[in-house]
Design a protein around this ligand. Structure first.
Ligand code: NAD
Ligand code: UDX
Length: 471
């Protein structure tokens, strides 16, 4: 930390250099050149990667934003203590995974990383600070955080004002989302100190976000809004996926149904794409967190309403594998299946909670010979399936992955998979050749003409093999 404190108008620190901390702080540094922005993490390899052009996460447009500010007013470091001492505003962007042990296991948020951070901020601070919850946290966590930070003697001369400022970026579009967010949400205490802290954060974002898009609320509304937004987005996907099962049973077409209902301006067209299921580090975790909160407050009906969103998601990916097996004459033993896409969505290398993890595991259980290809996610995929890695083949070239395969399963909507030469692929596959399009990105009619048996989600299949083989 070579700059003197006077050289910058404000010192911003972010604890946690992950998918949220890294891109968010890069954008703040790029847009606020008079603020010094330091991102710290205990993961040395991650910090080292942020200092190179081989960034630790793949996100379109991120490198350019990092390069604009890095070394000027954007710094990456493992020195958490020095960062805390210097900071005026501290964003906490550590991971908050689902708890895997003890009370609330499988549902509640694991708050150990967040609590350690709060204690460390308190111990290392020599001046008052604004502490911003950037991580997604259960409602009323800010209250607990304020208690940890402000207890005892230290509170008399140093004050910590806790704000909630949840992040709404989606992976793959993080840079566009950060540049022009639909809204920035800031929750603060309804006290003079709270209002002053909220104003400081509003001033930071107002460097590039139109003022009318910066919403201020009380802390609890802000915390709950983040869980609610993710729950409602995931609910739309589960709703459309539930309808996709009905479409397959009735020969309605889920894309046509989606277009028809999405044309209603009250419903809107976004987030109505049927799929093999939603993945990502947030949806399942945040809904289960919401479910746990509802149970905690004795709201059983509300809890089970939201839990159903996760159950339908599980059902959808199980249904996808069932359909593969049924259509391939009720056995996939020894059959090569080429899995196209492992990332939980396109334009990211992130595989957390990717439906591909579950689909591959189930296919391996059925003794299929699985080959996985993905343009960005193979390193993470190998980690996710480390325990069965010897039963999987990894291949970066989709054409090679398809050689000798009985079936292709499209599990990520990478644009390049829609643009492949399927005549060439058909030539090298075993016959009958099957395509299970878990993202509805392929031209089913065209593939059928080539000779494939095509099974999109939520649509009638296009086959050459007749009903009798689909016993
Ligand atoms: P992540 O796992 O990619 O990054 C978290 C980082 O925090 C890790 O690098 C970890 O080493 C670091 N960390 C943990 N404890 C630490 C400590 N005591 N000191 C310093 N560093 C520490 O997680 P993420 O995807 O960036 O998510 C962070 C938070 O943001 C979560 O609460 C998540 O729910 C929320 N969120 C994520 C997304 C998303 O798209 N990934 C979007 C919105 C909100
Ligand atoms: C989500 C929220 O969108 C974002 O606001 C929040 O900050 C973090 O969680 P993310 O998980 O990165 O973002 O990606 P998102 O675009 O929401 O997709 C989540 C999953 O839903 C992906 O697996 C995606 O493929 C799937 N999806 C999305 C569908 O299956 N159908 C759709 O119509 C949209």
């Amino acid at each position: 930390m070579s700059q003197t404190k006077q050289a910058f108008e404000k010192h911003v620190l972010c604890i946690g250099a992950g998918y949220v901390g890294g891109p968010t702080m890069a954008m703040i540094a790029a847009k606020c050149p008079t603020y010094k922005v330091t991102v710290v993490d205990i993961n040395e390899a991650r910090i080292a990667a942020w200092q190179t052009d081989e960034l630790p996460i793949y996100e379109p447009g991120l490198l350019e934003v990092v390069q604009e500010a890095r070394g000027r007013n954007l710094f990456f470091s493992t020195d958490v203590e020095a960062g805390i001492k210097e900071a005026d505003i501290i964003f906490v962007s550590v991971n908050t995974p689902t708890k895997t042990f003890g009370r609330g296991a499988g549902k509640a948020a694991d708050l150990q990383f967040w609590e350690k951070t709060a204690r460390q901020i308190r111990e290392c601070s020599t001046s008052s600070k604004i502490v911003v919850e950037k991580s997604t946290l259960p409602v009323r966590t800010a209250e607990a955080m304020a208690r940890i930070l402000n207890w005892g003697e230290k509170a008399t001369d140093i004050h910590f004002e806790v704000l909630s400022n949840p992040e709404f970026l989606a992976e793959g579009t993080a840079i566009a989302d950060l540049k022009m967010p639909d809204r920035v949400l800031i929750g603060g205490a309804e006290t003079p100190r709270g209002a002053a802290a909220v104003q400081d954060l509003v001033d930071l974002y107002a460097h590039w976000v139109p003022r009318e898009r910066i919403l201020t609320t009380n802390v609890w509304s802000s915390e709950l809004s983040k869980l609610a937004a993710n729950a409602m987005l995931a609910q739309r996907i589960s709703s459309v996926n539930a309808l996709s099962a009905l479409c397959e049973a009735t020969e309605a077409d889920i894309d046509e149904v989606g277009r028809a209902i999405g044309s209603d301006s009250r419903i809107g067209p976004k987030f109505l794409r049927a799929s093999v299921g939603f993945g990502g580090s947030c949806f399942k975790k945040d809904i289960l967190n919401l479910v746990y909160l509802c149970e905690h407050y004795g709201l059983k009906e509300v809890a089970s309403y939201w839990e159903q969103v996760v159950k339908i998601n599980r059902y959808q990916r199980g249904r996808f594998v069932d359909r593969m097996i049924t259509c391939m004459f009720n056995t996939v033993v020894g059959k090569k299946v080429a899995v196209f896409g492992f990332a939980f969505k396109a334009d990211t290398g992130d595989t957390r909670e990717s439906p591909a993890i579950y689909v591959c595991r189930e296919l391996v259980d059925e003794r299929a010979a699985v080959t996985v290809t993905d343009p960005k996610a193979l390193p993470n995929a190998k980690r996710d399936l480390a325990d069965i890695a010897d039963q999987i083949t990894w291949e970066s070239d989709p054409y090679k992955a398809a050689e000798g395969a009985h079936a292709i399963a499209i599990l990520t909507e990478w644009k390049e998979y829609a643009e492949l030469n399927y005549e060439r692929i058909f030539e090298v596959m075993e016959k009958p050749a099957f395509v299970f399009d878990g993202r509805n990105i392929l031209d089913a009619e065209k593939l059928h003409r080539i000779g494939f048996n095509v099974y999109p989600i939520g649509k009638a299949p296009k086959t050459h093999i007749g009903e009798e083989s689909e016993i």
